[in-house]
Write a protein that binds this ligand. Structure first.
Ligand SMILES: Nc1ncnc2c1ncn2[C@@H]1O[C@H](COP(=O)(O)OP(=O)(O)OP(=O)(O)O)[C@@H](O)[C@H]1O
Length: 552
């Protein structure tokens, strides 16, 4: 995480050596001044002392700036890595992970990591050389007093390290609860209308408050540990000073050491105590950061979706060759499915709900790969080619037409970032949405909330038309539109399908009676294939579906 900043660390190390030497020299100058009162001219040493004092302060300021800046940039890089990772996980993982929790890891967890830098690590790095130097010089001045100080500090450090490991554990638990809270709130905000309509705000609120309370309970335990650590470090510091002053006073009286030595020793203790006190008080922040870092690490450890592989040759005929697939391999959703769609054909997938139609489209997008069998585009196995290149060939409108917050233009340009305004308007015209919109800058609000369901569907279609992909996959593209717009959309699809291969999933059979071929699915199996008229004669399932819709 910090490996890229070796240059800065080298500069800081040099500065910290300089400031440490200057700081450590100060007690020696004081020592010389005290023991030399009446014997030497004090002005020279006093001026040197002031110069050293100023130089130390400036050098420390520069170190803190450099280290804090490095910390900020390290945390930024951590966030950049998280963003890249979160946007490229295999689709399967998004089905399992909760989005709100991911957002918490990016926001709240990385902020905790950042606070560890500003609240401790910087001072520790800057102070460590001074601490070591102070210890060595204290040893030279009086080994007996150093042993006493070192013993007290050792006991305090042991206690602090032992207790603080719980801070890390509890912080991880707090952040897990905060993650659950984020995920729950995210889910609740998306479903506000459903929650209101069911008068379920109280019930959802209770679940969210439970998570807030879990975070509170663990946070209270962290507060107790912080409360416990404070007296431990305080007593250790006070006791060291009192012991040094008491025993040091006796040793001065006995003539074992000079008064100057005792004053220097006490000054070195200050140099030791400042960074040490900082470490003690920031140890909880650092442990908290380590707890949060574990959660960030869990995301960074995930493998991203593999986008490597040779480009698939451009083509548009599609073959499903004995494809079997299950989201859970023990429960197959597609079983030995085979069908062929010639280039330029318009084929419909029909069948009862849950029969695997949307899954068939998802496999063509390589959101998932088959457990057995092959999917071929113009004879090339899509699994052997990069996902990016396969997706370039395929335009896809999902069942839940997705509209992102932002302008109409932003939404359309997801398909092709270089699409001109004229091209955007042409696509909107094709789906009869041009009269509804004033400008491509119209803002659509979160999840396209300012559009009706049918308008969202038409916008998603316009986006797909812009893409110029040779294969179009449409998952119930007219499920949310009125019959007037349904006809317009079907015409638009037909017009754009002239030189493209189209697979269209449809519940309303009237929209696909003129398809080149209709594939009838049941329980993941391709049960029948043929034109509308053929199937009415040969397929009992299709006949049944059609007669329910008054088509037979
Ligand atoms: N992401 C997923 N994770 C686990 N199971 C899934 C997932 N998506 C779909 N399924 C299951 O796979 C089966 C087939 O679903 P699919 O969405 O392909 O059916 P469908 O024919 O498109 O249904 P519908 O007509 O209702 O849209 C269903 O039993 C469904 O519960």
């Amino acid at each position: 995480m910090l490996a890229h900043h070796r240059g800065v660390f080298a500069v800081v190390l040099v500065l910290s050596l300089i400031s440490s030497v200057l700081a450590l020299a100060q007690p020696l100058i004081v020592n010389r001044m005290i023991d030399g009162v009446g014997e030497i001219d004090l002005l020279g040493p006093a001026l040197i002392l002031i110069a050293f004092l100023l130089a130390t302060a400036v050098s420390e300021g520069v170190q803190i700036y450099l280290l804090s800046r490095t910390a900020e940039s390290a945390v930024r890089n951590l966030r950049v890595e998280l963003i890249a990772r979160m946007l490229r996980l295999p689709i399967r993982i998004y089905d399992r992970l909760r989005t709100g929790d991911l957002v918490t890891r990016l926001g709240s967890d990385t902020t905790l990591v950042r606070s560890a830098f500003s609240g401790g690590l910087v001072d520790i790095v800057a102070g460590v050389v001074t601490m070591l130097g102070a210890l060595v010089l204290m040893g030279f001045l009086d080994i007996v007093m150093l042993s006493i100080v070192a013993s007290v500090i050792l006991v305090a450090v042991t206690v602090v390290m032992f207790v603080s490991q719980y801070v890390q554990k509890y912080t991880n638990e707090v952040q897990q609860a905060v993650g659950r809270l984020g995920a729950g709130m995210d889910r609740a905000l998306v479903a506000q209308r459903t929650i209101r309509a069911n008068n379920a705000a109280g019930q959802v609120e209770k679940e969210l408050i439970d998570d807030a309370d879990t975070a509170f309970a663990k946070g209270r335990q962290i507060a107790m540990i912080e409360g416990l650590l404070w007296p431990v470090t305080d007593i250790a510091m006070q006791a060291s000073f009192l012991l040094v002053l008491g025993i040091g006073g006796l040793r001065v009286a006995a003539g074992d050491i000079s008064l100057g030595d005792l004053v220097s020793f006490v000054l070195y203790m200050f140099l030791l105590a400042m960074p040490l006190g900082q470490i003690f008080s920031s140890i909880t922040t650092i442990r908290q950061a380590m707890g949060a870092l574990q959660r960030v690490g869990q995301v960074l450890d995930q493998d991203t979706e593999d986008t490597e592989g040779p480009e698939i040759p451009r083509g548009s005929s599609i073959t499903f060759d004995s494809v079997s697939f299950g989201y859970d391999p023990k429960q197959p959703v597609l079983r030995d499915a085979s069908f062929h769609v010639p280039a330029g054909a318009r084929v419909a997938l029909v069948g009862p709900s849950g029969s695997g139609k949307s899954t068939t489209l998802a496999l063509l997008e390589r959101f998932f790969d088959p457990d057995a069998g092959r999917i071929l585009i113009d004879g090339s196995d899509i699994r052997k080619h990069s996902r990016t290149s396969v997706r370039d060939l395929v335009g896809y409108v999902e069942q839940e037409a997705t509209v992102l917050a932002g302008s109409v233009r932003d939404n359309l340009r997801l398909a092709r970032s270089d699409a001109t305004d004229e091209e955007c308007w042409a696509a909107l015209r094709q789906v009869n949405l041009d009269s509804r919109l004033q400008s491509l800058d119209d803002e659509l609000g979160d999840r396209g909330i300012s559009l009706s369901g049918g308008q969202r569907q038409r916008l998603a279609l316009a986006r797909m038309l812009l893409m110029r992909a040779p294969i179009l996959l449409l998952d119930e593209p007219t499920s949310a539109v009125d019959s007037h717009n349904e006809q317009l959309i079907l015409d638009a699809i037909k017009a754009s399908a002239k030189d493209r291969t189209v697979i269209i999933v449809a519940h309303r059979l009237s929209t696909v009676t003129d398809a080149d071929e209709i594939v009838v699915m049941r329980d993941g199996v391709v049960e029948d294939r043929g034109t509308h008229d053929e199937l009415l004669r040969t397929s009992p399932l299709y006949h049944d579906l059609a007669s329910r819709q008054l088509l037979a």
